[in-house]
Ligand binder design. Structure first.
Ligand SMILES: Cc1ncc(COP(=O)(O)O)c(C=O)c1O
Length: 375
C-alpha cells in the first residue's frame, strides 16, 4: 500500500524539487536566527515590518488576556467577538466597501467566495499566473475554468467573446502577482468586464498596505476606487497577522455569511489575530511613513520595480537552491522558489523588500547579488 509515495519522493529528490523546512529560532525586525546564525530576512511578506511591531504585539497580548487564545467555536456558534466585528468594520472602511467578512486564512477566503458564488452554469476566467488558492477554488466550484495569458488583455477579451452562453462570467486576478511582483492591468480589466457584463474579483494579498499612496491597494494605485466588484485580501502579509477577508456590498457579505462553507464550518480567527490586524490598520492610517518607507526601500534595491516583490530568475531548480545556500553563507536569507509554485524552467530567488530594512541591509544584499549573480 502507498508504494507510490516512496517512488514520488525519490523522483522529487532527483529533480531538485524536494521540499523541507529551515527552522527559525528567533525573529527580531528584519533579522532571523536559523541554526544559531543571525541572517537578514529578504523573503518574508511582512512588507511593512508590522508582524513584530511593539504596539501590535501589545494589542495581541491584551486580546489574549481578555479572550484567551483560541476562539473556541465557529463565528456563527460562539466564536464571534467584538474584535471580529470591529475588524470587519475597519476593513470595509479601508477598502471603501459597505461590508467585509473575515476568514481563517487568505486561502480559505478565496475558496469561500469563489466556490459560493459560481457553479457548473458559470465560467471563471483567470490569469495564467494566479495564486494556487484561486485555482483550487475554481476546481472546487465546478464552473468552467478558462485561462488567459498573463496580463494579456487580447487573450482575456477573446475568452469573453466566446463565453456568452454562461449564466455568469467571473474574472479573477491577483492585484500583484505573488511570484513575479507585476501588477494586473486593472483599468483594462474593468473596461472589459463592463463591456461583457462580467464580475470582477481581485486578490489583494500583496497589494493591501503596499500599493497606493495610503496603502489602500490596487484601486488607489490606479485611481479607480469602488470599481472592483469583489475584493479579497489577507491579514497575513503587510498587516502582519493571520487571516483573510472579502470586502464588497452588504448583500454579498450577508450571502457569504449564510452560504460560504469555508466560512461557516471552521473555527473563528483567534481574537488576538483580529486585534493585531486592527492595530496594523490603525498604524497604516496614522503613519504614512510606513507605506512611503516601503516604496523608498523598493526603489533603493530596484529602481524600476513598482512592488516590493523582486524575482531573480535562475532557471533550473537545483541551481536556485544552490544559490540560496550561497546567500545563506553570507548571512542573507532568500528562499528558492521552484515548480509547481512557478512554471518549469523559471525557478527563482524571490526577493522581498520591507519598510523595516535599513539602507545598510539593502546595500549588503545588492553587493551580494552583484557578486553571486553577475549580469
Ligand atoms: C495571491 C495570494 N492569494 C492568497 C494567498 C493566501 O493567503 P494566506 O497566506 O493568508 O492564506 C496568498 C499567500 O499565500 C497569495 O500570495
Amino acid at each position: 500500500m502507498l508504494e507510490f509515495i516512496e517512488q514520488e519522493l525519490a523522483d522529487l529528490q532527483a529533480r531538485g524539487l524536494s521540499r523541507s523546512f529551515k527552522s527559525v529560532e528567533n525573529i527580531s525586525g528584519t533579522k532571523i536566527t536559523i541554526n544559531g546564525r543571525k541572517l537578514i530576512n529578504f523573503c518574508s511578506n511582512n512588507y511593512l515590518g508590522l508582524a513584530d511591531d511593539p504596539q501590535i504585539k501589545a494589542q495581541a497580548c491584551a486580546a489574549i488576556q481578555a479572550f484567551g487564545f483560541g476562539a473556541g467555536a465557529a463565528r456563527l456558534v460562539s466564536g464571534n467577538t467584538i474584535l471580529h466585528d470591529q475588524l470587519e468594520e475597519k476593513l470595509a472602511r479601508f477598502k471603501n466597501r459597505a461590508a467585509a467578512l473575515t476568514f481563517s486564512t487568505g486561502y480559505l477566503a478565496n475558496l469561500g467566495v469563489i466556490n459560493t458564488l459560481v457553479n457548473e452554469n458559470d465560467t471563471i476566467i483567470i490569469d495564467r499566473l494566479n495564486h494556487a488558492s484561486i485555482i483550487d477554488a475554481c476546481r472546487l466550484s465546478r464552473a468552467k475554468l478558462q485561462v488567459y495569458e498573463h496580463l494579456n488583455m487580447t487573450s482575456l477579451e477573446k475568452i469573453l467573446q466566446r463565453s456568452a452562453k454562461f449564466r455568469q462570467r467571473l474574472i479573477v486576478t491577483d492585484a500583484v502577482f505573488s511570484m513575479d511582483g507585476d501588477i494586473a492591468p486593472l483599468p483594462e480589466i474593468i473596461k472589459l468586464a463592463k463591456a461583457y457584463q462580467a464580475i470582477t474579483l481581485v486578490d489583494e494579498a500583496h497589494s493591501t498596505g503596499v500599493l497606493g499612496e495610503t496603502g489602500q491597494g490596487i484601486e488607489e494605485y490606479f485611481g479607480l476606487t469602488g470599481q472592483i466588484d469583489i475584493i479579497m485580501g489577507t491579514l497575513s502579509k503587510a498587516l502582519g497577522s493571520l487571516g483573510g477577508f472579502i470586502a464588497g456590498s452588504q448583500k454579498l457579505i450577508d450571502y457569504l455569511r449564510n452560504k460560504s462553507r469555508p466560512f461557516i464550518y471552521t473555527t473563528a480567527l483567534p481574537p488576538s489575530a483580529c486585534a493585531a490586524a486592527l492595530a496594523a490598520l490603525k498604524l497604516i492610517e496614522e503613519d504614512s511613513c510606513l507605506v512611503r518607507n516601503l516604496k523608498r526601500n523598493t526603489t533603493l534595491l530596484s529602481p524600476q520595480s513598482a512592488t516590493p516583490i523582486i524575482p531573480v530568475i535562475i532557471g533550473q531548480a537545483d541551481q536556485a537552491v544552490a544559490l540560496a545556500e550561497k546567500f545563506f553563507d553570507r548571512g542573507i536569507f532568500l528562499s528558492a522558489i521552484r515548480p509547481p509554485t512557478v512554471p518549469a524552467g523559471s525557478s527563482r530567488l524571490r526577493i522581498t523588500v520591507t519598510a523595516a530594512h535599513t539602507k545598510e541591509e539593502i546595500a549588503c544584499l545588492a553587493s551580494s547579488l552583484q557578486e553571486l549573480i553577475p549580469a
